[in-house]
Design a protein around this ligand. Structure first.
Ligand code: GDP
Length: 178
């Protein structure tokens, strides 16, 4: 089955998003504490595709060797997964573009791994601010990318963005088989 990998900085709202997409509460454990998702979790959706929950990156308090281990782990995952169709890089809509995320997107690009961006926690900003933050992000991306990746705006606490994301994945899956 096709796989879609979800990844982002710790505390970006990945577990909450996964719970929203899978309709289950507390399936992926949410908490304010960074570092909860330690291993890869797979969720099968509609008997049709796998949602792959990758560990969060960018904890402030993690040692250099732990960072290396994480990098190796992620590199191994991305190089071995034949079924991987696309990655989703989660970014907190409230933050300015962060190097760690931009570098990760760069790395995906260099390794020819398609990705979309998911802006999370949209309920925390007013529509005007959302718009300006996205413009800022686009401007930074356009410094290195010719084309902008797809992006989605979500709020797990308000149920925003779920249908768009699921539709996008369904459409992508359809195109794989035709
Ligand atoms: P993870 O570490 O990336 O898995 O992040 P979590 O899903 O555990 O979320 C981290 C924190 O952000 C928790 O306190 C969540 O309740 C909160 N959070 C996650 N998604 C949203 C959202 O869409 N809106 C708001 N307001 N808070 C959120």
């Amino acid at each position: 089955l096709p796989e879609y990998a979800f990844i982002g900085r710790s505390n970006v709202g990945k577990s909450s998003l996964i719970n929203m997409l899978t309709n289950r509460r507390n399936l992926a454990k949410t908490s304010g504490k960074p570092g909860k998702t330690q291993l890869i979790n797979h969720f099968i959706i509609n008997k049709n595709w796998y949602l792959v929950d990758l560990p969060g990156y960018g904890y402030a308090k993690v040692s250099k060797s732990a960072k290396k281990t994480f990098q190796k782990f992620i590199t191994a995952y991305f190089s071995e997964r034949k079924q991987l169709v696309s990655a989703f890089v989660l970014v907190d809509i409230r933050h300015e573009p962060q190097n760690i995320d931009l570098e990760f997107m760069q790395w995906l690009g260099e390794n020819m791994i398609p990705f979309s961006i998911i802006f999370t926690k949209a309920d925390k900003l007013k529509p005007k601010a959302i718009e300006s933050h996205i413009i800022a992000y686009k401007n930074v991306l356009l410094e290195t990318w010719e084309e902008l990746p797809n992006y989605f705006i979500t709020s797990s606490s308000k149920g925003v963005g779920k249908d768009d994301l699921l539709r996008f994945i369904d459409e992508t899956n359809k195109n794989l088989t035709t």
